[in-house]
Design a binder for this molecule. Sequence first.
Ligand code: 3HC
Length: 288
Amino acid sequence: MSDIQRVGVVGCGLMGSGIAEVCARAGLDVVVVELDASALAAGRERIARSLAQAVRRGKLAAKDAEAAQERIRFTDDVTRLADRDMVIEAVVEDEAVKTEVFRTLDKVVEREDAILASNTSSIPIMKLGAVTGRPEQVLGLHFFNPVPVLGLVELVPSLLTGAAAVERAESFVREVLGKHVIRSKDRAGFVVNALLVPYLLSAVRMLESGFASLRDIDEGMVRGCAHPMGPLQLADLIGLDTLKAIAESLYEEFKEPLYSPPPLLLRMVDAGLLGRKNGRGFYTYATS
Ligand code: 3HC
């Protein structure tokens, strides 16, 4: 049985709320920390909606949804993470913000062998481990959106992550969360985003150049390759600001043109068209 029972999640956006939800559904005691009060309220609401949807879809009994909700405590006080066995950071994809979180976790989390994990999709884990006094406990656990639905986690040790932390994290994800694990070296984008992001950026370039229409690009990949959604729909699901940030990290690491974010993506982010999360991206969505 895993010794990880008390989990902390830092950041309550799309990914943080999904991670908190799957941990609570697995029976763990969860503390969610988010400094921004409106983001905290939105995260709480997102989790409640997702649990209700799981009940409607027959994936979860109503009493288990209620119990999961009760296992999550929401706070803006980071010292509430002191007694955690594992903390998963899921704040905005910005190196300065993430390193600050890891400096804080290093001071606050008391258990010496607590695992400090990042859900980063592209920032080197070594940069996060390096700002702590315990890089052997720092690793990447990269989940996929929507977290309650997608069954993969990428496990990313840095050059200094200890073997014991890697083994504990892997059995936690497999046995407690019930998700499949693949391992990746600590390279920007890991396995999945290093392959996925150039594809999404190519679709943006295709649209930008007038090569094909929005709907035809998406239909092409849904009907021609049996993808569950087209690349521009998926870009909207991921969030265009997040996609831009991942592309920039990949470009910074590999200096390959295929990773450079195209002007249309940059302008859409400048315009605040961020995708599903705020109702407008390549498509328009009803906001609730
Ligand atoms: N909890 C549990 N299960 C749920 C659920 C919830 N809250 N909501 C839905 N489900 C289940 C449904 O019951 C259904 O299960 P079934 O197939 O057994 O019936 C399944 O999830 C699909 O749900 P829906 O029918 O509501 O939705 P769709 O069939 O329209 O699929 C989608 C929606 C899951 C988003 C699908 O389109 C999809 O998988 N798209 C691709 C997503 C993707 O590629 N994500 C990765 C993004 S990259 C990333 O995250 C990395 C980051 O770093 C950028």
